[in-house]
Write a protein that binds this ligand. Structure first.
Ligand code: UT7
Length: 330
Protein backbone atom coordinates (compact mmCIF):
# COMPACT_ATOMS: atom_id res chain seq x y z
CA UNK A 1 0.00 0.00 0.00
CA UNK A 2 1.30 3.45 -0.96
CA UNK A 3 1.93 6.17 1.60
CA UNK A 4 -0.69 8.95 1.82
CA UNK A 5 -0.17 12.55 2.96
CA UNK A 6 -2.22 15.64 3.73
CA UNK A 7 -1.24 18.25 1.14
CA UNK A 8 -3.35 21.19 2.30
CA UNK A 9 -6.03 22.38 4.72
CA UNK A 10 -8.89 24.83 4.09
CA UNK A 11 -11.68 26.03 6.35
CA UNK A 12 -15.29 27.14 6.06
CA UNK A 13 -16.48 29.26 8.96
CA UNK A 14 -19.44 31.64 8.99
CA UNK A 15 -18.51 35.22 9.96
CA UNK A 16 -21.23 35.75 12.60
CA UNK A 17 -20.02 35.24 16.18
CA UNK A 18 -22.19 34.32 19.17
CA UNK A 19 -20.30 35.18 22.36
CA UNK A 20 -20.96 33.82 25.83
CA UNK A 21 -22.38 37.24 26.68
CA UNK A 22 -24.84 36.83 23.80
CA UNK A 23 -25.81 33.44 25.28
CA UNK A 24 -26.44 35.06 28.66
CA UNK A 25 -29.34 36.87 26.97
CA UNK A 26 -30.75 33.61 25.56
CA UNK A 27 -30.57 31.15 28.51
CA UNK A 28 -29.85 31.17 32.24
CA UNK A 29 -26.07 30.97 32.04
CA UNK A 30 -22.96 33.11 32.47
CA UNK A 31 -19.73 33.75 30.62
CA UNK A 32 -17.88 32.62 33.75
CA UNK A 33 -19.76 29.27 33.97
CA UNK A 34 -19.25 28.51 30.28
CA UNK A 35 -15.55 29.36 30.34
CA UNK A 36 -14.87 27.45 33.57
CA UNK A 37 -16.86 24.34 32.59
CA UNK A 38 -15.97 24.18 28.86
CA UNK A 39 -13.22 26.65 27.91
CA UNK A 40 -15.49 28.21 25.28
CA UNK A 41 -15.62 32.00 24.79
CA UNK A 42 -17.50 32.22 21.50
CA UNK A 43 -18.76 30.17 18.58
CA UNK A 44 -19.52 30.97 14.93
CA UNK A 45 -23.12 30.59 13.75
CA UNK A 46 -24.50 30.69 10.21
CA UNK A 47 -26.93 33.33 9.03
CA UNK A 48 -30.24 31.98 7.72
CA UNK A 49 -29.73 30.61 4.23
CA UNK A 50 -26.11 29.52 4.72
CA UNK A 51 -25.88 25.75 4.51
CA UNK A 52 -23.56 22.91 5.34
CA UNK A 53 -22.59 22.60 1.67
CA UNK A 54 -21.73 26.33 1.53
CA UNK A 55 -19.20 25.91 4.36
CA UNK A 56 -17.96 22.59 2.94
CA UNK A 57 -17.50 24.11 -0.53
CA UNK A 58 -15.53 27.07 0.84
CA UNK A 59 -13.26 24.75 2.85
CA UNK A 60 -12.76 22.45 -0.15
CA UNK A 61 -12.05 25.39 -2.48
CA UNK A 62 -9.34 26.70 -0.14
CA UNK A 63 -7.76 23.26 0.26
CA UNK A 64 -7.87 22.62 -3.50
CA UNK A 65 -6.23 25.95 -4.33
CA UNK A 66 -3.55 25.56 -1.64
CA UNK A 67 -2.68 22.16 -3.10
CA UNK A 68 -2.33 23.77 -6.55
CA UNK A 69 -5.21 21.73 -7.96
CA UNK A 70 -8.11 22.69 -10.23
CA UNK A 71 -11.66 21.29 -10.03
CA UNK A 72 -10.85 18.98 -12.93
CA UNK A 73 -8.13 17.28 -10.83
CA UNK A 74 -10.45 16.17 -8.02
CA UNK A 75 -11.48 12.52 -8.18
CA UNK A 76 -13.33 11.89 -4.90
CA UNK A 77 -15.05 14.08 -2.27
CA UNK A 78 -15.93 12.60 1.13
CA UNK A 79 -17.95 14.73 3.55
CA UNK A 80 -18.25 13.87 7.24
CA UNK A 81 -21.34 15.60 8.59
CA UNK A 82 -24.52 15.03 10.57
CA UNK A 83 -26.16 18.27 9.50
CA UNK A 84 -26.52 18.03 5.70
CA UNK A 85 -28.44 20.70 3.76
CA UNK A 86 -31.28 18.14 3.59
CA UNK A 87 -31.50 14.33 3.97
CA UNK A 88 -30.93 13.98 0.22
CA UNK A 89 -28.85 14.61 -1.84
CA UNK A 90 -25.54 14.04 -0.09
CA UNK A 91 -23.51 17.16 0.71
CA UNK A 92 -20.66 15.65 -1.35
CA UNK A 93 -22.85 15.94 -4.47
CA UNK A 94 -23.62 19.59 -3.71
CA UNK A 95 -19.92 20.35 -3.18
CA UNK A 96 -19.03 18.51 -6.42
CA UNK A 97 -21.52 20.69 -8.29
CA UNK A 98 -20.67 24.00 -6.58
CA UNK A 99 -16.94 23.49 -7.10
CA UNK A 100 -17.40 22.20 -10.65
CA UNK A 101 -15.43 19.01 -10.06
CA UNK A 102 -16.66 17.32 -13.23
CA UNK A 103 -14.68 14.12 -12.76
CA UNK A 104 -15.32 13.58 -9.04
CA UNK A 105 -17.66 11.19 -7.30
CA UNK A 106 -18.38 11.36 -3.60
CA UNK A 107 -20.49 10.51 -0.61
CA UNK A 108 -21.27 11.54 2.96
CA UNK A 109 -20.33 9.72 6.13
CA UNK A 110 -22.21 10.36 9.36
CA UNK A 111 -20.73 9.55 12.75
CA UNK A 112 -20.84 12.95 14.42
CA UNK A 113 -17.67 14.16 16.11
CA UNK A 114 -15.63 11.11 15.06
CA UNK A 115 -16.64 11.68 11.43
CA UNK A 116 -13.59 13.50 10.18
CA UNK A 117 -11.11 10.82 11.29
CA UNK A 118 -13.33 8.00 9.99
CA UNK A 119 -13.73 9.81 6.66
CA UNK A 120 -9.99 10.42 6.55
CA UNK A 121 -9.23 6.72 6.91
CA UNK A 122 -11.70 5.91 4.12
CA UNK A 123 -10.12 8.54 1.87
CA UNK A 124 -6.60 7.36 2.72
CA UNK A 125 -7.52 3.84 1.63
CA UNK A 126 -8.68 5.04 -1.80
CA UNK A 127 -5.34 6.80 -2.29
CA UNK A 128 -3.23 4.02 -0.76
CA UNK A 129 -4.83 1.43 -3.03
CA UNK A 130 -3.92 3.49 -6.09
CA UNK A 131 -7.59 4.06 -7.02
CA UNK A 132 -7.30 7.86 -6.73
CA UNK A 133 -4.57 10.53 -6.49
CA UNK A 134 -6.49 13.67 -5.51
CA UNK A 135 -9.12 13.25 -2.81
CA UNK A 136 -10.84 15.91 -0.70
CA UNK A 137 -11.91 14.92 2.82
CA UNK A 138 -14.24 17.39 4.54
CA UNK A 139 -15.49 17.58 8.13
CA UNK A 140 -18.22 20.16 8.68
CA UNK A 141 -21.38 20.72 10.68
CA UNK A 142 -24.03 23.38 11.05
CA UNK A 143 -24.90 22.45 14.61
CA UNK A 144 -27.11 25.51 15.04
CA UNK A 145 -29.65 23.74 12.78
CA UNK A 146 -30.20 20.98 15.38
CA UNK A 147 -29.69 22.88 18.64
CA UNK A 148 -32.45 23.81 21.05
CA UNK A 149 -31.48 27.32 22.14
CA UNK A 150 -33.53 26.93 25.33
CA UNK A 151 -31.46 23.92 26.52
CA UNK A 152 -28.62 25.60 28.39
CA UNK A 153 -26.60 22.44 28.97
CA UNK A 154 -26.34 21.78 25.24
CA UNK A 155 -26.64 25.06 23.36
CA UNK A 156 -23.59 26.68 24.93
CA UNK A 157 -21.21 24.05 23.56
CA UNK A 158 -21.84 23.89 19.84
CA UNK A 159 -20.86 26.05 16.89
CA UNK A 160 -20.91 25.93 13.09
CA UNK A 161 -17.97 25.39 10.77
CA UNK A 162 -15.42 22.92 9.51
CA UNK A 163 -12.57 22.28 7.19
CA UNK A 164 -11.21 20.21 4.35
CA UNK A 165 -7.96 18.48 3.42
CA UNK A 166 -6.57 17.39 0.10
CA UNK A 167 -4.92 14.00 0.46
CA UNK A 168 -2.50 12.61 -2.10
CA UNK A 169 0.11 9.88 -2.55
CA UNK A 170 3.34 10.52 -0.65
CA UNK A 171 6.82 9.63 -1.83
CA UNK A 172 8.34 8.97 1.63
CA UNK A 173 7.75 9.44 5.35
CA UNK A 174 9.70 12.74 5.08
CA UNK A 175 7.12 13.90 2.51
CA UNK A 176 4.43 13.29 5.17
CA UNK A 177 2.16 10.28 5.63
CA UNK A 178 -0.46 8.63 7.76
CA UNK A 179 1.01 5.91 9.96
CA UNK A 180 -1.99 4.29 11.63
CA UNK A 181 -5.67 4.67 12.52
CA UNK A 182 -7.73 3.07 15.30
CA UNK A 183 -11.48 3.44 15.75
CA UNK A 184 -14.16 1.98 18.01
CA UNK A 185 -17.89 2.31 18.56
CA UNK A 186 -20.06 1.39 21.52
CA UNK A 187 -23.61 1.48 20.21
CA UNK A 188 -25.04 0.77 23.66
CA UNK A 189 -24.47 4.46 24.42
CA UNK A 190 -26.40 5.82 21.45
CA UNK A 191 -29.20 7.30 23.52
CA UNK A 192 -26.86 9.60 25.45
CA UNK A 193 -26.14 11.81 22.44
CA UNK A 194 -28.79 11.68 19.75
CA UNK A 195 -31.42 13.42 17.63
CA UNK A 196 -34.50 11.29 18.37
CA UNK A 197 -36.75 12.24 15.43
CA UNK A 198 -36.45 13.04 11.75
CA UNK A 199 -35.44 9.52 10.67
CA UNK A 200 -37.27 6.26 10.01
CA UNK A 201 -37.93 5.62 13.73
CA UNK A 202 -39.82 8.88 14.13
CA UNK A 203 -40.41 10.58 10.79
CA UNK A 204 -40.87 14.32 11.14
CA UNK A 205 -44.42 15.24 12.17
CA UNK A 206 -46.25 18.04 13.95
CA UNK A 207 -45.89 16.01 17.18
CA UNK A 208 -42.13 15.44 16.87
CA UNK A 209 -41.60 19.14 16.26
CA UNK A 210 -43.89 20.16 19.12
CA UNK A 211 -41.94 17.84 21.43
CA UNK A 212 -38.60 19.19 20.17
CA UNK A 213 -37.46 15.70 19.13
CA UNK A 214 -35.66 17.09 16.08
CA UNK A 215 -33.14 18.76 18.41
CA UNK A 216 -29.89 17.25 19.67
CA UNK A 217 -30.32 15.62 23.09
CA UNK A 218 -27.29 15.03 25.24
CA UNK A 219 -26.64 13.61 28.68
CA UNK A 220 -23.62 15.83 29.21
CA UNK A 221 -22.08 14.13 32.26
CA UNK A 222 -22.37 10.62 30.70
CA UNK A 223 -20.74 11.77 27.47
CA UNK A 224 -18.12 13.61 29.52
CA UNK A 225 -17.21 10.38 31.38
CA UNK A 226 -17.06 8.40 28.12
CA UNK A 227 -14.81 11.04 26.57
CA UNK A 228 -12.38 11.33 29.48
CA UNK A 229 -11.98 7.54 29.64
CA UNK A 230 -12.16 6.34 26.05
CA UNK A 231 -10.38 9.13 24.16
CA UNK A 232 -7.05 8.70 26.00
CA UNK A 233 -7.49 4.90 26.07
CA UNK A 234 -7.76 4.64 22.30
CA UNK A 235 -4.74 6.93 21.92
CA UNK A 236 -2.70 4.72 24.25
CA UNK A 237 -3.67 1.59 22.28
CA UNK A 238 -2.67 3.28 19.02
CA UNK A 239 0.62 4.51 20.47
CA UNK A 240 1.36 1.10 22.06
CA UNK A 241 0.95 -0.84 18.84
CA UNK A 242 3.36 1.59 17.16
CA UNK A 243 5.88 1.29 20.03
CA UNK A 244 5.37 4.94 20.95
CA UNK A 245 4.35 6.89 24.05
CA UNK A 246 2.89 10.34 24.58
CA UNK A 247 6.46 11.61 25.01
CA UNK A 248 7.15 10.88 21.31
CA UNK A 249 4.30 13.10 20.10
CA UNK A 250 5.21 16.55 18.74
CA UNK A 251 1.66 17.83 18.23
CA UNK A 252 -1.60 16.51 19.72
CA UNK A 253 -4.78 17.55 17.90
CA UNK A 254 -7.79 16.44 19.95
CA UNK A 255 -11.49 16.82 19.26
CA UNK A 256 -12.60 20.15 20.74
CA UNK A 257 -15.59 19.17 22.90
CA UNK A 258 -14.64 20.58 26.28
CA UNK A 259 -11.31 21.95 27.51
CA UNK A 260 -11.64 19.81 30.65
CA UNK A 261 -11.89 16.67 28.47
CA UNK A 262 -8.79 17.73 26.55
CA UNK A 263 -6.80 18.45 29.74
CA UNK A 264 -7.77 15.14 31.30
CA UNK A 265 -6.74 13.23 28.13
CA UNK A 266 -3.45 15.07 27.92
CA UNK A 267 -2.66 14.28 31.55
CA UNK A 268 -3.23 10.56 30.97
CA UNK A 269 -1.18 10.60 27.80
CA UNK A 270 1.74 12.49 29.33
CA UNK A 271 1.71 15.17 26.64
CA UNK A 272 2.54 18.72 27.79
CA UNK A 273 -0.12 21.35 27.05
CA UNK A 274 2.31 23.33 24.86
CA UNK A 275 2.11 20.47 22.33
CA UNK A 276 -1.69 20.47 22.32
CA UNK A 277 -3.78 22.43 19.82
CA UNK A 278 -6.75 24.14 21.46
CA UNK A 279 -9.14 26.50 19.67
CA UNK A 280 -12.38 25.61 21.45
CA UNK A 281 -12.36 29.11 22.95
CA UNK A 282 -12.90 30.54 19.43
CA UNK A 283 -15.13 27.95 17.73
CA UNK A 284 -16.83 25.85 20.42
CA UNK A 285 -17.58 22.27 19.40
CA UNK A 286 -18.20 22.09 15.64
CA UNK A 287 -18.67 18.28 15.74
CA UNK A 288 -17.11 16.87 12.51
CA UNK A 289 -15.43 20.23 11.94
CA UNK A 290 -13.16 20.41 14.98
CA UNK A 291 -10.10 18.51 13.72
CA UNK A 292 -9.60 20.29 10.37
CA UNK A 293 -10.27 23.62 12.13
CA UNK A 294 -7.64 22.73 14.73
CA UNK A 295 -5.17 21.77 11.99
CA UNK A 296 -5.74 25.17 10.40
CA UNK A 297 -5.16 26.90 13.76
CA UNK A 298 -1.96 24.91 14.28
CA UNK A 299 -0.67 25.84 10.82
CA UNK A 300 -1.55 29.53 11.21
CA UNK A 301 0.16 29.63 14.63
CA UNK A 302 3.25 27.93 13.16
CA UNK A 303 2.85 25.00 15.54
CA UNK A 304 2.61 22.23 12.92
CA UNK A 305 5.85 21.76 11.05
CA UNK A 306 7.37 19.38 8.53
CA UNK A 307 8.54 16.22 10.26
CA UNK A 308 6.24 16.54 13.29
CA UNK A 309 4.71 13.34 14.65
CA UNK A 310 1.03 14.20 15.04
CA UNK A 311 -1.60 12.39 17.10
CA UNK A 312 -5.30 13.05 16.43
CA UNK A 313 -8.12 11.97 18.76
CA UNK A 314 -11.89 12.09 18.41
CA UNK A 315 -14.97 10.95 20.26
CA UNK A 316 -18.67 11.58 20.00
CA UNK A 317 -22.15 10.26 19.33
CA UNK A 318 -22.46 6.55 18.69
CA UNK A 319 -20.86 6.47 21.13
CA UNK A 320 -17.70 6.47 19.06
CA UNK A 321 -14.01 7.22 19.34
CA UNK A 322 -11.03 7.33 17.02
CA UNK A 323 -7.37 8.17 16.79
CA UNK A 324 -4.80 8.63 14.05
CA UNK A 325 -1.05 9.00 13.85
CA UNK A 326 0.76 10.79 11.07
CA UNK A 327 4.04 12.40 10.06
CA UNK A 328 3.37 15.97 8.90
CA UNK A 329 4.96 16.71 5.53
CA UNK A 330 4.97 20.45 4.90
O1 UT7 B 1 -18.53 16.17 21.00
C1 UT7 B 1 -19.18 15.38 21.94
C2 UT7 B 1 -20.33 16.16 22.42
N1 UT7 B 1 -20.55 16.43 23.76
C3 UT7 B 1 -19.65 16.49 24.78
O2 UT7 B 1 -18.50 16.20 24.69
C4 UT7 B 1 -20.24 16.96 26.06
C5 UT7 B 1 -19.54 16.40 27.24
N2 UT7 B 1 -20.10 16.99 28.44
C6 UT7 B 1 -19.76 18.24 28.86
O3 UT7 B 1 -18.98 18.91 28.24
C7 UT7 B 1 -20.37 18.72 30.15
O4 UT7 B 1 -21.09 17.65 30.74
C8 UT7 B 1 -21.31 19.95 29.99
C9 UT7 B 1 -20.50 21.17 29.60
C10 UT7 B 1 -22.36 19.67 28.93
C11 UT7 B 1 -22.02 20.24 31.29
O5 UT7 B 1 -21.06 20.47 32.30
P1 UT7 B 1 -21.09 19.67 33.67
O6 UT7 B 1 -19.99 20.18 34.46
O7 UT7 B 1 -21.12 18.21 33.35
O8 UT7 B 1 -22.45 20.15 34.28
P2 UT7 B 1 -23.71 19.30 34.77
O9 UT7 B 1 -24.54 18.92 33.62
O10 UT7 B 1 -23.25 18.23 35.72
O11 UT7 B 1 -24.46 20.41 35.61
C12 UT7 B 1 -23.89 21.00 36.78
C13 UT7 B 1 -24.74 22.18 37.15
C14 UT7 B 1 -26.24 21.85 37.18
O12 UT7 B 1 -26.82 22.64 38.20
P3 UT7 B 1 -27.15 22.00 39.63
O13 UT7 B 1 -28.10 20.87 39.37
O14 UT7 B 1 -25.83 21.56 40.20
O15 UT7 B 1 -27.77 23.15 40.36
C15 UT7 B 1 -26.72 22.34 35.85
O16 UT7 B 1 -28.08 22.67 35.86
O17 UT7 B 1 -24.57 23.20 36.17
C16 UT7 B 1 -25.86 23.58 35.66
N3 UT7 B 1 -25.70 23.97 34.28
C17 UT7 B 1 -25.46 25.25 33.91
N4 UT7 B 1 -25.31 26.37 34.64
C18 UT7 B 1 -25.06 27.50 33.96
C19 UT7 B 1 -25.76 23.19 33.16
N5 UT7 B 1 -25.56 23.95 32.07
C20 UT7 B 1 -25.38 25.23 32.52
C21 UT7 B 1 -25.12 26.45 31.86
N6 UT7 B 1 -24.96 27.55 32.63
N7 UT7 B 1 -25.02 26.56 30.53
Amino acid sequence: MALVKISSVGIGVPPRILTNHDMEKMVDTSDQWIQERTGIKQRHIVDPGTTCSDLATEAARQAMEKAGLTPDDIELIIVATNTPDSPLPAVACLVQHKLGCKHAWGFDLAIACSGFLYAMQVGVQFVASGAHKNVIVIGVDVMSSVIDYTDRQTCIIFGDGGGACVIQPSTSEADGCFIDFLHEVDGSGGEFLCIPAGGSAHPPSKETVEQGLHFLKQDGPVVFKFATKRMPEICVRLLDRNNLTGADIDVFIPHQANLRIIKSAVERLGIPMEKVIVNIDQYGNTTAGTLPLAMDTALKEGRLKKGDLVLFAAMGAGLSAGAALMRWGY
